[in-house]
Structures are given as structure tokens and as C-alpha cells.
Unconditional design. Structure first.
Length: 541
């Protein structure tokens, strides 16, 4: 049996935290919260530091579960509910001991209970919380499938209900933005989009396809008999203890209906302006932009670049009792308290343009238009911004300065564009280096030239080595890269006089504006992302 030491003492002995930090954390932590979780939450330690201390001080090995060959026979020793509640995962029987991955191998109460319930000696190994959650969802779902495959075509719906619950559980644990259920000729492929990248996760039998699709359609209130036309729906539900908003898209393919579920974690959906990864200078410029009494503020970038998150953070920041804010969106992504949100319904004639006309009769101070897609919407939004309203919207362009020619191409008079537009923010999302496996390396000659050319100082660049926290990817989460263009009188004059885009870019750079590439390189220098991620941006602009 491992010597029963206290975690706080181990961390102090290792020089990772101070006595004062331990005492402060103990004072403010929640009653049922463990010390390790509270220290992680306060940022005093990383998960990697915690694991390394336990591994070194207690001699307990660390295990990555991402591709670990779990013995399916041992799953019967510990019920799924017990595994989820205590963040433990049975792995194998070795030398008459049950090897169990634990988030907290110092939880001796759990170890004692397991030895009583299984009749085996427990041999703990250390894994991260996310790693264990991933393994539970992956391996227990396989175990239940093997039991219930023969029931899939019967009238018993319980297996397919459990299967969908477990697929959604895995998606939430992995912080996936989308779950793809892809019908193949002889099976179903399950994929998750994590940090902007699709990853294959599981292959399910073809026999489950119809019942799984039907279950999703029933929950989304879709027509289960309609299999030849695309359908869209929405579900609000709890996945384990997480409230989520699910947007469902069904698409008929030659092998059956493909389902894509967009997952929005309602606990973490609404961000503050300070959480949007703006550089200090860009943050100041953007706050000044949105605090103007009238004018048009546009966010640009491709689909999935975080424009909606920035819009919501902006209008939430401006949401005061004395202000009337009205939005028109397709779809309404997130209900916001105190804000009047309108859902587009093109089938009954409620378009962006017609909705915007009605909004102007509602005495608004601030208007948000989900997207400017056509000339009519653009014209109404611009005229609204010229009559004392501040208007937010999005547009698909590659860079901030490209927005003006794009609006003119839509058929808007140049003088209207220039007089109404306060500023434009171009935005991209790049993968963030995993904090637990961050490594430093020397800058190559080519990289040094890129940094020098873009006036960014650099000493080292960073990368993620790959660890159990990030499933060996080297990345965990995403960070935004911005370009904030403020249209001052001089820039407006240049635009009206048809000065070339290149000359305008030179002027704005001389005034301190940082391009998407420069902002990205500054985030590389700060250790937030990698050169590879930023080079992907430079290709698209």
C-alpha cells in the first residue's frame, strides 16, 4: 500500500506551491471540491505538474489512455456510474491485481471501497481527468454495444437511447463542436470536430443506423418518415450535468441519412470581451469602436472563425437597462437575458431585410444583424447606422480592408459605405498549444525572416510535444487572431478617392494597425500557438 501522504505536503515539498497558496485555496475551495481540482482552478498548478509530482513522489506510473488496449473483460468489475463519479477506469488484471487509472490515486477511500467490492488488490496508475472520461465513454459504449447489438432491431429502444447518450457524453468531454454520424456501405462512422479538426472515433454496425437516426429525429421534432429531403432541427438537453444546445442537420446520402450535430455548451457559450484573446492594443481599439453612439461595425472571416462569439460578447457588454438591443439571427445561437432576439423564417417571408425594417420601428439603440448576405440587407443596415443606431453584423471577406470593396460590389454607393462604417474586425481561430506539454525550440532561419519582415520580436517559438491531456495532439483549445481596422477621416478620404488597397494598408500599418499575420506571430512569440497554425492563416489572406 502506498504511504498515505497529503497532496498539499507533496506539492510544497516539490516546490510547486507555497504554504500560503495551499491555505488560501483550502479557505476558498467549494465544500466538496478536492484540493488538486481547486489548485488547478486557481491556476497555481497545471495538470501535468500534479501528475509528475504524484508519479515522482509516490512512485505511481502515469498512463495515457488515448490508445490504451483496455481489457474489455475487466469493465464488469466496476459499473460505469461508479467509474464516472470517481474518475476511474479499469484497465487489466496483472499479477492478481486490478490495474485502475485514477485521476486522484491518493483517494484512499475509493481504493478501499474497490478492494471490498471486487475482492482484488487495487493497483492504481495516474491519468488525466479528460483522458479517463474519454476512455469511459469509448470503452463502456463498446461493452454495451456488444451486449445489445442483437437487440437493435427489436422494439427495445433502451440500447439506442444509451448509445446516443454516450456519443453526446464523449462529444462534451472532448469539447467537440460537432458530432458527425456518417453512414457507410456496411457500417457507420462516428467523427468529432475538435479544435476545428475532424477526428474519427468509432465504427458502429449498420444495423443500428435506422434506430439511431430515428431517435435523433424524434428528439429534434423532425419527420421520421421523411428520408429523401434534408431536415434541420434543434434540441435543448442536459448531457450528464452539462446543459447543451444541439443543432441537428440531416442530409440524405446514397448510404442513408448523414447526421451532423452542432454542440453548444451553454455553460461556456457566452464570453466576456476580456476572454476574446484581443491583444492589449486591439482590445482598446475595439472597445472604442463599439462604444460609438452610431455607425456600422462589421466582423469578417470564414465560417467557424468565432465571429458570432465576438458579436455576442460585444452586445452583452453593451447590454444595460437604459439600452434597447434587438437582434435578427439565423439561427438564434444563444438566448441572452434582456436582449430582444428575432429568428429568421424565410419560408414565411421573415428575412434579414424584412425583419430589419420592422426592428427599426421598435425604437432600438443597438441592432445586430446575424449576417449581411445581399444588397437589400446591406442597404437597410447602412441606413440604420446613419440614423443614430449602432449596427453590428458579419460579412465573409479575407481581411478587414477587403470589406469596403465587397460592400461596393454588392451595389452599395461608396459614399454610403464610407460614411457609415466605423470599423472592421477580421478574425480567425487557431489551435492553442497544450499547456501541459508546452516545449520551447530555437527559431529557424526562415522563421526569423518572417518575424523580422513583420516587425515582431522573437526569442524562441513553442510547440506541444503531445501528452495525455491533449490526446497526443500537442494542442488543446483554440485562440483567436485579430485585425482591427478603424476608419478614421484620412482612411475614409482615401477610400472615396479610390486609392489602392495596398496604399491604404501601408497607411494603416504606419498608424499602428497590426495585420492578422502580425497578431498571429505575436501569439506565437507569446507561446500561445505554433508557426504551423499561423502559416495556415497566411495562406488564406
Amino acid at each position: 500500500m502506498v504511504a498515505r501522504k497529503r497532496l498539499g505536503d507533496l506539492l510544497i515539498d516539490a516546490g510547486i506551491v507555497t504554504n500560503e497558496q495551499i491555505n488560501e485555496t483550502l479557505e476558498f475551495k467549494k465544500p466538496d471540491q478536492k484540493l488538486g481540482d481547486a489548485l488547478l482552478e486557481r491556476g497555481y498548478i497545471t495538470e501535468r505538474q500534479l501528475i509528475e509530482v504524484l508519479e515522482f513522489q509516490l512512485g505511481i506510473p502515469q498512463v495515457s489512455l488515448y490508445q490504451y488496449p483496455v481489457d474489455q473483460q475487466v469493465l464488469g468489475y466496476i459499473p460505469r456510474e461508479v467509474a464516472q463519479r470517481n474518475f476511474i477506469m479499469p484497465l487489466k488484471i496483472q499479477d492478481s491485481s486490478l490495474v485502475i487509472a485514477m485521476k486522484d490515486p491518493m483517494d484512499y477511500y475509493v481504493i478501499d471501497d474497490l478492494e471490498l467490492s471486487t475482492g482484488l488488490t487495487i493497483s492504481p496508475v495516474i491519468s488525466t481527468k479528460d483522458d479517463i472520461s474519454y476512455a469511459i465513454n469509448k470503452h463502456y459504449v463498446n461493452d454495451e454495444q456488444s451486449i445489445h447489438f442483437d437487440m437493435a432491431d427489436s422494439n427495445d429502444e433502451a440500447p439506442v437511447i444509451r448509445l446516443l447518450d454516450q456519443l453526446l457524453n464523449t462529444a462534451v468531454q472532448l469539447k467537440a463542436s460537432d458530432l458527425h454520424i456518417d453512414p457507410q456501405e456496411d457500417n457507420m462512422l462516428i467523427r468529432y470536430r475538435i479544435d476545428g479538426r475532424l477526428q474519427s472515433d468509432n465504427i458502429l454496425p449498420k444495423s443500428l443506423q435506422n434506430s439511431l437516426v430515428a431517435r435523433i429525429k424524434i428528439l429534434a421534432d423532425l419527420n421520421i418518415t421523411q428520408t429523401r429531403l434534408p431536415q434541420d432541427g434543434r434540441i435543448k438537453m442536459m448531457v450528464d450535468t452539462t446543459p447543451v444546445d444541439l443543432r441537428i442537420s440531416c442530409l440524405p446520402t446514397v448510404h442513408g441519412e448523414k447526421i451532423v450535430i452542432r454542440i453548444l455548451d451553454l455553460n461556456n457559450a457566452l464570453m466576456q470581451l476580456s476572454e476574446l484573446n484581443f491583444s492589449r492594443d486591439n482590445h482598446q481599439k475595439y472597445r472604442q469602436l463599439i462604444s460609438q453612439p452610431s455607425g456600422l461595425v462589421l466582423l469578417t472571416g470564414p465560417t467557424g472563425s468565432g465571429k458570432t462569439s465576438t458579436l455576442y460578447a460585444s452586445i452583452n457588454h453593451l447590454n444595460k437597462e437604459q439600452v434597447n438591443i434587438v437582434t435578427i439571427e439565423d439561427p438564434v445561437e444563444l438566448p441572452l437575458r434582456g436582449i430582444n432576439q428575432v429568428q429568421v423564417h424565410s419560408s414565411i417571408g421573415l428575412t434579414f431585410a424584412s425583419g430589419l425594417r420592422s426592428i427599426l420601428r421598435q425604437d432600438p439603440n443597438i441592432i445586430m444583424v446575424g449576417e449581411i448576405r445581399d444588397q437589400e440587407t446591406a442597404e437597410i443596415a447602412i441606413r440604420a447606422s446613419l440614423t443614430g443606431h449602432i449596427v453590428f453584423s458579419t460579412l465573409h471577406t479575407n481581411s478587414a480592408i477587403d470589406t469596403v470593396p465587397r460592400l461596393i460590389d454588392m451595389g452599395i454607393e461608396p459614399y454610403l459605405v464610407v460614411s457609415s462604417l466605423n470599423g472592421v474586425v477580421a478574425q480567425r481561430l487557431v489551435r492553442k498549444i497544450c499547456r501541459d506539454c508546452l516545449e520551447k525550440r530555437e527559431v529557424t532561419v526562415m522563421e526569423e525572416e518572417i518575424f523580422a519582415k513583420n516587425d515582431v520580436a522573437v526569442e524562441h517559438v513553442f510547440y506541444g510535444k503531445g501528452c495525455s491531456s491533449c490526446h497526443q495532439q500537442g494542442y488543446r483549445g483554440r485562440v483567436a487572431v485579430h485585425e482591427v481596422l478603424v476608419l478614421d477621416d484620412y482612411v475614409k478620404g482615401m477610400l472615396l478617392n479610390n486609392i489602392s488597397v495596398q496604399e491604404i494598408k501601408s497607411y494603416t500599418r504606419s498608424q499602428g494597425m497590426r495585420s492578422l499575420l502580425q497578431d498571429g506571430l505575436e501569439k506565437v512569440s507569446a507561446g500561445l500557438t505554433t508557426m504551423e497554425e499561423i502559416m495556415q492563416i497566411s495562406i488564406s489572406i
